[in-house]
Design a protein around this ligand. Structure first.
Ligand code: ATP
Ligand code: MG
Length: 374
C-alpha cells in the first residue's frame, strides 16, 4: 500500500467511468461525476438506481469493477481504506448506534481508537452535542434507547463529525423521520451546512429536501446518471420525462407556459434607476445603502443598460455610469416566462430588464423566479 498524505480539504472529487456489477446486473454503469470542493451535491432517483452504491464507492465500502475515483488528484485506491474512512464522515438512515454504549462513547469511539485522551474526547463530544442542539449535560451519559429518533439522528451526525472530516457522505439521513421532524432537522442541517463549509454528498428521495439543501442535484435512473445541475436547470431544461416527473412531482411548473414575465418580475422601484451621469463611487454607495446588486441606467428617458456591483468595483471611482453600463436583455411584460428563462440561460445571464413602451416596469431575476415557484 502506497502511503499518501490525507486531504484536509476537498478541492474536487472525480468519479471516472465507474461501473459496478452484481452478477450480470449493473448497480452503477459508466458513471462520470465531478463533485466540487465545498458543494452539497444531492443524489436522487428511483429505488435501486445506484445511489447508495455510488456513495459507498467513495469511501471504499464498495469497490468498483471499472473506473477510478480521484480525490484531490489522488486515486483513492492508493489510500489505506480504514484511514480513508476516518477522513470521510458517513451518516445513514439506520444510524446504528451501539446500544450498550453511552452517547459520549458512541460519538467518541473513533477518537478513542485514534488514541485521544479521555478529557480530549469528552471535550470534543460536548462541543459536537452543542453543535447538533443536544445539551451535553442532559445527553452525554444517556444510552441510545433513551433518545427519540430525531435525537438519535443528531447523534449520528455528531458522530460523523468527530474526526472533523472534510467530506461527508449522507445516505437518506432524515428518511426515517416523520415529516415534521424531518423539516426541523433539515432546517437545522441547513444552518450546520453553512457553518461547516464541508463537501457533502447527500442521497435523498425527497425533492423538496433536495432543493432546500442541494447546491446541485444529480438524477440517477437504472444505474446511470441522467442529468446533473442546479435545481433551476433541471426544472427548466429537464433531460427527459423522468427528470421532469422527479423535479416537478407536485406539478408546480406545469403551468409555466401560462405565466408571463409580469407575473413573476420584481416591480421597478425608483431605487433601481441610476442617472447615467452618476459617478461610479456614488453608485456603489447607493447600492450599498439599499443592499442592491444591480441598477438600471437611464440618460433622461434613454435606457443605457445596467450596472452590477461586482463590476462597478473594478472601475475608477470617477468614471460615469454611461461609460460603464452594459447592454442588457430586455423583455416585455407579456413575454412568456418559460421563454424568457430559457433565453437567459442560453445567454448565461441571470437577469433582464422588463420594459413597456420604453418605460421600465421591473426586473426579471432568474433565481428569484425560481424561488417564487418552489
Ligand atoms: N450486494 C448486492 N448484491 C446484489 N445486488 C446488489 C447489491 N447491492 C446492491 N445491489 C443492486 O444494485 C442496484 C443499486 O442498488 P443501490 O443500493 O445502489 O440503490 P439505491 O439507489 O440506493 O436504492 P434505494 O433508493 O432503494 O436505497 C439495485 O438493483 C440493487 O438490488
Ligand atoms: Mg439506497
Amino acid at each position: 500500500m502506497v502511503s499518501r498524505k490525507f486531504f484536509d480539504r476537498i478541492d474536487s472529487i472525480q468519479l471516472e467511468n465507474i461501473t459496478k456489477k452484481y452478477n450480470d446486473n449493473f448497480a452503477v454503469r459508466d458513471l462520470d461525476l465531478e463533485i466540487q470542493g465545498g458543494e452539497l451535491l444531492i443524489l436522487i432517483g428511483p429505488s435501486g438506481s445506484g445511489k447508495t452504491t455510488t456513495l459507498r464507492m467513495i469511501n471504499r465500502l464498495i469497490e468498483p469493477d471499472e473506473g477510478q475515483i480521484v480525490i484531490n488528484n489522488q486515486d483513492i485506491m492508493q489510500f489505506d481504506p480504514v484511514k480513508l474512512r476516518r477522513n470521510i464522515g458517513y451518516v445513514i438512515q439506520d444510524i446504528g448506534l451501539f446500544p450498550h454504549m453511552t452517547i459520549r462513547n458512541n460519538i467518541g469511539l473513533i477518537p478513542k481508537l485514534e488514541g485521544w485522551s479521555q478529557d480530549k474526547i469528552t471535550e470534543k463530544v460536548k462541543g459536537l452535542l452543542d453543535f447538533v442542539s443536544l445539551p451535553p449535560d442532559q445527553f452525554l451519559y444517556r444510552y441510545p434507547n433513551q433518545l427519540s429518533g430525531g435525537q438519535q439522528q443528531r447523534v449520528g451526525l455528531a458522530r460523523s463529525l468527530a474526526m472533523d472530516p472534510p467530506l461527508l457522505l449522507m445516505d437518506e439521513p432524515f428518511g426515517a423521520l416523520d415529516p415534521i421532524l424531518r423539516r426541523q432537522l433539515q432546517d437545522e442541517f441547513f444552518r450546520i451546512k453553512q457553518e461547516l463549509g464541508r463537501t457533502i454528498v447527500f442521497v435523498t428521495h425527497d425533492i423538496e429536501e433536495a432543493f432546500k439543501l442541494g447546491d446541485r442535484v444529480a438524477i440517477m435512473d437504472g444505474a446511470e446518471l441522467i442529468q446533473i445541475g442546479k435545481p433551476e436547470d433541471l426544472i427548466f431544461n429537464p433531460e427527459n420525462e423522468l427528470v421532469s416527473d422527479i423535479v416537478d412531482s407536485n406539478h408546480k411548473f406545469k403551468h409555466m407556459d401560462a405565466l408571463h414575465v409580469k407575473d413573476l418580475m420584481t416591480p421597478m422601484d425608483d431605487k433601481y434607476i441610476f442617472d447615467a451621469n452618476l459617478k461610479v463611487s456614488d453608485a456603489i454607495s447607493r447600492m450599498t445603502e439599499y443592499n442592491m446588486e444591480l441598477g438600471v441606467v437611464f440618460n433622461g428617458s434613454d435606457f443605457k443598460g445596467t450596472v452590477q456591483m461586482v463590476n462597478l468595483l473594478k472601475y475608477e471611482k470617477d468614471e460615469k455610469l454611461h461609460d460603464v453600463a452594459v447592454p442588457s436583455t430586455v423583455f416585455s411584460p407579456t413575454h412568456f416566462v418559460s421563454l424568457a428563462l430559457s433565453e437567459l440561460k442560453n445567454k448565461n445571464e441571470s437577469f433582464a430588464v422588463v420594459m413597456e413602451n420604453e418605460t421600465p416596469q421591473g426586473l426579471l431575476l432568474s433565481n428569484e423566479v425560481f424561488l417564487k415557484l418552489i
